[in-house]
Design a protein around this ligand. Structure first.
Ligand SMILES: [Zn+2]
Length: 453
C-alpha cells in the first residue's frame, strides 16, 4: 500500500485560510483542484488552484453546506485539466489533526463515487483546524471508508507539516538530544525528527550533511549515490576507510553506516540507494521525501532536483564549491554557494547555478567524452575539492535547512548565499526569476512535469 500525502504552496495555504477562517466563527468550505505526484512509495496530492464558491453554491450556517452544482462545476474544471478535486472545510475550534464528524463523513462519502467517475481521480477531503491552522486530509478511493494521508505539507520559504499521529507517530526525544531540543523546543524537534530527508550525493559534503541529520535525531534519512568508494575519495569522505576503498563499498552504504553510529533517535530507518536521480527509479525515490539535499556537482542531477522542488513541492537545498588554482598549481581562491530551491525563491537556473547547456551535454553523454571536450575547446573537468573546505558547504546547507524547517525569528529559507574565501566575505545574491523560467512557471504540476530524462 502506498503512503499518501497532501502538499500545497504557502501562497495557496494563505488564501485558503483567508477564506475558511471566518470572522463570525462559522465553518466555511470550498473546492480546490489537485495534481498527482507519484513517488516510489508515496502518492502526493498537490493543490493547484482554489475554486471559491459562486453566489448560491454554498450556505454558511454553523455547518456549511454546498450544492451539487458546485461539485459538478469543480469536477468539470478539474477533468478538463486532468486533475482531481479536493473539498476543504474548517473546524473553527479545532486544534491538531482533525477526525471526521458525521456531517463531514456524509458530505464527503456521498460525492466520492461521483467525483471519481467525473475526474478519474479520488475526492480528497481536507480539514483546517481554526486554533492552530493545522491541516488534516484523507482520500476517498471509492470505498465507504477514507484512507488517511500521513501528512499535509505547506511549502514555500518555510516548510510546515501537519502530521497524522497514527500514520507517522511522534518520535520521542531522547536524553541524548537535550542540548538539541533546547535550541528550538520540543515541538520543533518533534516536527524535524519525523521529516523524511534525502541526501543526494554522499561524498565530502553529503556525507557530513547525512551524519549531522542523524545526530540531530531525524528518523528517516535516505542516502543516494551510485558511486563506490575509491582511494581518491578518502581525503574527503570522513568516516570511509581504506577497507571501504579496497572492497569498493557503495558510498550510500558508508552513509547509512555512519548515520547509524551517529543517530540519537530511539529507532531510526536510514536507507541507502545505489541509484541516481537521472533515472526513473531514482527520481521516483526522491519524490517520496519531504526535503532533499543536493550535494552533487553535475548539472543533470541538479536540474532533476531543481524541477521537483517546484513541480512536486519538495524543497531542495543545494550547495557547491569551486576552488581556483593558478596555472602553476598554487591556490588562487575558492567560492562556495548554498541555496534553497522552493516556491517563493528563485530556482537554480535563475540564480545562475544551473547551465541547461551542460545538462544537455550530460544527457547526451558528451560531458566526459574526450573527443567532444577537445573539439569544444575545453580542458579536463576541474575536480579540486578539499575536506578542509567541504565542511563550509555542508554547514551552509544545514543552516538553510534550519531556516526552512525551524524558521528562527520567523524567517524562512534565505536568498542564495555566496562565500568568497580570499577576502572572507559572505553575500546574499538577489536574483529574480527569469521571464521564461520553465521550472518556476510549473509549480505543483506533479506528474504533468516536463520530461528531463
Ligand atoms: Zn527559475
Amino acid at each position: 500500500m502506498p503512503r499518501h500525502s497532501v502538499a500545497m504552496t504557502t501562497h495557496i495555504a494563505d488564501a485558503l485560510r483567508t477564506h475558511l477562517i471566518r470572522d463570525d466563527g462559522d465553518e466555511d468550505l470550498c473546492f480546490a483542484t489537485y495534481s498527482i505526484s507519484s513517488g516510489a512509495t508515496r502518492i502526493s496530492y498537490l493543490l493547484t488552484s482554489i475554486l471559491l464558491p459562486e453566489p448560491g453554491e454554498r450556505e454558511v450556517h454553523g455547518n456549511a453546506s454546498f450544492t451539487g452544482d458546485y461539485v459538478l462545476r469543480a469536477a468539470n474544471i478539474a477533468a478538463s485539466r486532468n486533475e482531481g478535486i479536493a473539498l476543504l472545510h474548517s473546524h473553527p475550534d479545532g486544534r491538531g489533526w482533525q477526525g471526521l464528524s458525521r456531517w463531514d463523513r456524509d458530505a464527503e462519502s456521498s460525492y466520492a463515487d461521483l467525483v471519481l467517475g467525473l475526474t478519474g481521480n479520488p475526492l480528497i477531503g481536507l480539514t483546517l483546524a481554526g486554533i492552530d491552522t493545522s491541516w488534516s486530509a484523507r482520500t476517498w478511493l471509492g470505498a465507504k471508508e477514507p484512507t488517511w494521508t500521513e501528512s499535509v505539507r505547506t511549502v514555500g520559504r518555510s516548510l510546515r507539516i501537519s502530521w497524522n499521529n497514527s500514520a507517522r507517530p511522534s518520535a520521542a526525544a531522547t536524553a541524548y538530544q537535550d542540548r538539541t531540543v533546547s535550541a528550538w523546543g520540543a515541538a520543533a524537534q518533534d516536527d524535524i525528527a519525523r521529516l523524511r530527508v534525502l541526501v543526494v550525493g554522499v561524498g565530502s559534503v553529503g556525507l557530513d550533511v547525512a551524519t549531522r541529520l542523524a545526530a540531530t535525531g531525524l528518523t528517516h534519512v535516505g542516502a543516494m549515490d551510485m558511486d563506490y568508494v575509491e582511494d581518491v575519495n578518502l581525503d574527503r569522505m570522513i568516516g570511509a576507510t581504506r577497507a571501504d576503498a579496497a572492497a569498493r563499498t557503495p558510498k550510500a552504504a558508508v552513509a547509512t553506516r555512519l548515520m547509524n553510529s551517529a543517530s540519537t533517535a530511539l529507532k531510526a530507518d536510514f536507507a541507502a540507494y545505489v541509484s541516481s536521480v537521472t533515472t526513473e527509479e531514482g527520481i521516483a525515490i526522491a519524490r517520496d521525501y519531504d526535503v532533499v539535499f543536493s550535494c552533487v556537482d553535475r548539472a543533470w542531477p541538479r536540474a532533476m532536483l531543481n524541477q521537483i522542488a517546484y513541480s512536486d513541492l519538495i524543497p531542495v537545498i543545494d550547495g557547491g564549491i569551486g576552488i581556483d588554482v593558478f596555472d602553476d598549481g598554487t591556490m588562487r581562491g575558492a567560492t562556495w554557494r548554498v541555496q534553497t530551491a522552493t516556491p517563493g525563491l528563485p530556482c537554480l537556473q535563475c540564480n545562475r547555478q544551473l547551465d541547461m547547456g551542460e545538462v544537455q551535454k550530460e544527457r547526451l553523454g558528451l560531458a566526459d567524452d574526450p573527443e567532444y571536450i577537445k573539439r569544444a575547446g575545453g580542458g579536463p573537468r576541474q575536480r579540486q575539492n578539499a575536506a578542509i573546505l567541504a565542511g563550509s558547504v555542508s554547514a551552509g546547507q544545514l543552516a538553510q535547512f534550519v531556516s526552512l524547517v525551524v524558521g528562527p525569528g520567523g524567517e524562512g529559507a534565505p536568498l542564495p548565499q555566496r562565500y568568497l574565501l580570499g577576502p572572507h566575505v559572505q553575500e546574499a545574491l538577489r536574483y529574480d526569476t527569469g521571464t521564461y523560467c520553465r521550472f518556476e512557471a510549473r509549480v505543483g504540476e506533479g506528474d504533468h512535469r516536463l520530461g528531463l530524462l
